[in-house]
Structure formats: C-alpha cells, structure tokens
Design a protein. Structure first.
Length: 278
C-alpha cells in the first residue's frame, strides 16, 4: 500500500504545474476524551443508578500498532451491589486490528468501586448467593478478559470473569456473550441492536438475557444523541417471597423516609443520552 501511494504521489507531482505539497505525517497515536449524560445507566441491561440519571466520561489512548488503553467512569447507586459506593471506575487495555470488513479485539477490563465495602456475604442487591457458604469482603471489583470478532456492522464478543463476579461469592468464571449490530443510515443517523446473555457461575437465578434496540444521531462538532429501548428477563420481582434469600437478585431496595423503596433492576425502559467526544 505504501508503494502504491508513493507512486501516485510521484505521478501527480510530475503532472502538476507547480511544486507538490506532501501530506502531513499522521501521528502514531490518538488521545480522545468523552463525556455524556444518560437518563439511566444500564450495565448489561440492569440499572446501576436505581433508574435515575448518570454523568459519565472517560479517556482513550490508541496506538497505530493496535494497542489501546482507557478509563471510563460513572456515578452508580450502592443499591446495585456496591454498599457505601457511588462511583464506578473502569480501566481497560487490549489490542484490536481490522482486515477489510473483518476485525478482532482482545483485552482485559477492571471494574472498581472506590468507597464500597462489603462485609461478609453482603446484604444488598446481587451480592447474596444462596448456593454458596463462602463470604467476601472489601472493595467491590471485577476483572474480566474479553475477545471479540466483527464483520461489517456485526460483532460478537465474549467476556469471562477471572474473579468472583463483582464480589458475589463463588461466581468466578461467569461469562457474558454479546451479539451487536450497528448500521449507518447516512445523514448522521444510525440504528443499533443487541442481545446479550449473562451466565453466572454457581448462581442460576442471576443468569439472564438482555436486549436493546436503539437509534443515534450525529449532531456535529463531536456531539451525539441516542435513544434505546432496553429489556431483560432478569429475575427482579420485588413482590416475590424469596427476595431476601437471593432468589430475585435484581430487586433493589433503599431506605425511603421511614420505609423502604424497591426497584426492578431489569425492567423494560427507554434510555436517552447526549454526549460529546473531544
């Protein structure tokens, strides 16, 4: 490819009436930042903010060799399984490459929730595993490896937890399979779809499938607006008798005045967002 470009440049220079101007060399890396506001932060279909808005942002470094590093952050609710925590910090790195219509991506992802503190088996959200007598303690975190392949507008990604899944006891080896499509309609419009399946190791009640259908609009100058319909079949029936024993792991609750307010973590929802990339 480099030889073809050079030959084209030389031919153009010989044919041109004036001196040729060489293209500016491309830097070997890119550094970008992003910030957005969403009406509800959904992670794999499950709310992380008790159905309330979130402010999110991050930074990405990508090298021409294909290697990349990044950080992404969002506010969360402790009711989603992060006792005492209200911030999610993600750190990731990997390698990606494309060959025509085909591409691949592989790397590691580290989820960290500063300020959170789990004592014993935990007593909030999905931190209870009714099938385990083990206990965990400390700051909530999760380490996953992932590998993905893509063809044109389709992608398939598999992630696997190398630690207990977000500190839920005896769930190391939990896996998530993600099939996604992103199609450019032209004029700044795009549509996307997704189906994902989480298989929680040693905790069948926490296994579920999630779905998303969305639309995006490029507003120019780095701004993008998006809307998505999100659905899951997660067990989140807050009226079920086995909520306290972990049988309905995605029924979340928090104090509300003199009582308790509950929220179905995986219920159907429309999520709107607006963001900017720098």
């Amino acid at each position: 490819m480099r030889k073809s470009l050079l030959a084209t440049a030389v031919a153009t220079a010989l044919a041109a009436p004036g001196p040729a101007v060489a293209d500016a060399p491309q830097p070997p890396y890119t550094l970008t930042a992003n910030v957005s506001v969403v009406t509800d932060y959904r992670f794999r279909g499950i709310t992380q903010t008790f159905g309330e808005p979130a402010i999110q942002g991050g930074v990405d470094f990508a090298h021409s060799s294909g290697f990349y590093l990044g950080n992404w952050n969002s506010n969360v609710s402790e009711t989603a399984g992060y006792p005492g925590g209200n911030l999610e910090m993600d750190f990731y790195g990997g390698w990606r490459r494309s060959w025509g219509d085909w591409g691949m991506d592989a790397g590691l992802y580290y989820y960290y929730y500063p300020g959170s503190n789990v004592a014993g088996a935990g007593a909030m959200g999905p931190l209870v595993n009714p099938h385990s007598t083990a206990t965990n303690s400390g700051t909530v975190h999760n380490i996953e490896g992932y590998i993905a392949g893509s063809w044109k507008f389709l992608s398939l990604k598999y992630s696997r937890a190398f630690t207990d899944y977000f500190l839920v006891p005896d769930t190391k080896g939990t896996g998530y399979l993600d099939l996604s499509a992103n199609y450019d309609l032209g004029g700044g419009w795009g549509v996307n779809g997704h189906v994902g399946h989480l298989t929680v190791h040693n905790f069948s009640e926490a296994t579920y499938t999630d779905y998303r259908l969305g639309v995006t609009k490029d507003l120019g100058s780095g701004w993008t607006a998006a809307g998505s319909l999100i659905a899951t079949n997660a067990r989140d029936d807050c009226s079920a008798a086995d909520v306290v024993t972990g049988g309905e792991p995605y029924c979340f609750s928090k104090p509300d005045g003199g009582g308790v307010k509950t929220y179905r973590g995986g219920k159907n929802a429309v999520v709107l967002s607006i963001g900017k990339t720098f």
